[in-house]
Design a protein around this ligand. Structure first.
Ligand code: OFO
Length: 169
């Protein structure tokens, strides 16, 4: 059984993961409208990953005999000035999520809930990977700058990303 404090914190994180999914889906739609279908695909896969993060936590709360309470998901932004502005926001958002995950780990440790601490380590590792992959895309986008041939090539590259549920890897 998990404590009420940790249960509430996990419910809050489920909401944050669902919001991340919603935000990236909104970004995917923005890229689609700009005819950058590769970037749209990359964002859509990102949204699927966030949904996976939410559901993994949802299952864990249930498994531990906790109570799932779903809250409203905030409306995501739907306009950006440029692809660079989108990716900069993704990078900032992932840094914010890393902080949320670290706070959750601290909460699990405060509650002396070792099983939850072990469970949350998956997210700690996942955030390292997420921040690295976003920063890679952001750096490439900065290199491309306003070069339309480079942008076209990068869009083709972004089209290759496919969602693979981590458990199946
Ligand atoms: Fe993008 O991060 Fe979830 O956890």
């Amino acid at each position: 059984m998990i404590s009420k404090k940790l249960n509430d914190a996990l419910n809050g994180q489920i909401n944050a993961e669902l919001f991340s999914s919603y935000l990236y889906l909104s970004m995917s739609a923005w890229f689609s409208n700009k005819s950058l279908s590769g970037f749209a695909n990359w964002m859509r896969v990102q949204a699927q990953e966030e949904l996976f993060h939410a559901m993994k936590m949802f299952d864990y709360v249930n498994e531990r005999g906790g109570k799932i309470v779903l809250a409203a998901i905030e409306k995501p932004q739907n306009k950006w000035d440029s692809p660079l502005a989108v990716l900069e926001q993704v990078a900032q958002h992932e840094e914010h999520v890393t902080k949320l995950i670290n706070d959750l780990v601290n909460c699990a440790l405060d509650e002396r809930d070792h099983a939850s601490n072990i469970f949350l380590q998956w997210y700690v590792t996942e955030q390292v990977e997420e921040e690295a992959s976003v920063s890679d895309v952001l750096n490439k986008l900065k290199l491309v700058g306003k070069d339309s041939a480079g942008m076209f090539a990068m869009d083709m590259e972004m089209a290759k990303r496919v969602f693979t549920p981590p458990a199946a890897e």
